[in-house]
Design a protein around this ligand. Structure first.
Ligand code: ADP
Ligand code: S3P
Ligand code: MG
Length: 255
């Protein structure tokens, strides 16, 4: 939703109806300090009233999850599938991987590439993504790394909170299952080249960016879940501030 490519988690996402204007002001958000996370999650012995206050705020809808998919994008093997699953578990919501949906409908991706080519894969991939993004309610949807190439998909992503996961070629070559990724199978070093071709698209659609090569999955899952919980509240604040600004600039009668 919203709109803008957003990399600073303190800033609220924009108006629901406006397209996300790119490019972002900062291309990559640094992982927040470990102390900040520890402070956010600590139970602070002795301050028995704090949890009660927090619960009441939630009761007023302060940390309601968006009633639409929170979408994970990013280059191949950045961690969209594995981290997406963890965040969904952390938030207690459904997880969907559009590559897995593709495989159920059309068969194994590497084989599909060989038989039908990449263009046909992209066409059907965009179709699967459109169907999944149309499902209402809070859920996590992880896309394949090349999904953002499709203009239709980028347009649909304007209406969703989008998390961009970034990593390095070095980390990918260390951890990823290259054999399952047809675009890397013959030339794993193509990863960096492909990322550069798509970087602008990732930045166009993202609301926030996390580096997956600098923190554990557990740490990241908590951070992303926390961002997702705060998303609606920040969006409402940003909308309110925008309406206030617009009203202040409206010409008064007679002007
Ligand atoms: N901090 C991390 N976050 C996410 N994945 C990580 C992390 N560290 C290592 N990995 C590994 O990187 C790989 C990412 O694969 P996957 O989740 O399939 O990525 P994608 O869906 O983006 O292609 C997995 O093998 C995962 O275990
Ligand atoms: O980047 C890409 O073009 C692709 C990424 C893959 O998904 P992951 O990003 O989950 O590996 C999968 O959709 C297909 O192999 C193509
Ligand atoms: Mg994946």
């Amino acid at each position: 939703m919203s709109g803008h490519r957003r990399v600073n988690r303190d800033a609220g996402p924009p108006a629901a109806t406006r397209p996300k204007p790119g490019p972002p002001t900062q291309p990559l958000r640094q992982i927040p300090a470990a102390e900040a996370e520890a402070a956010a999650s600590s139970s602070e012995p002795g301050q028995l009233r704090a949890p009660r206050r927090r619960r009441r705020r939630r009761g007023r809808g302060g940390s309601r999850l968006p009633e639409r998919a929170i979408v994970f994008v990013g280059p191949m093997a950045a961690g969209k599938t594995s981290l997406g699953k963890r965040v969904a578990r952390e938030l207690g919501i459904e997880f969907v991987d559009t590559d897995a949906v593709f495989v159920r409908k059309h068969g194994v991706i590497a084989e599909f590439f060989e038989r039908h080519g990449e263009a046909e894969f992209r066409r059907l991939e965009a179709e699967v993504i459109a169907e999944e993004l149309a499902v209402p309610g809070p859920r996590i949807v992880a896309l394949g790394g090349g999904a953002v190439i499709a203009e239709q998909t980028r347009r649909l992503l304007r209406e969703h909170p989008v998390v961009l996961l970034m990593t390095t070629q070095e980390a990918v070559l260390r951890t990823a299952n290259i054999a399952r990724r047809p675009l890397l199978r013959d030339d794993p070093e193509a990863w960096g080249r492909i990322l550069e071709e798509r970087r602008g698209f990732y930045e166009e659609v993202a609301d926030v960016t996390y580096r997956t090569d600098r923190a554990t999955k557990e740490q990241l899952a908590r951070r992303v879940a926390q961002w997702a919980r705060g998303y609606e509240r920040q969006r409402r604040r940003a909308d309110g501030a925008r309406r206030h600004r617009d009203a202040a600039h409206e010409p008064s009668e007679g002007e």
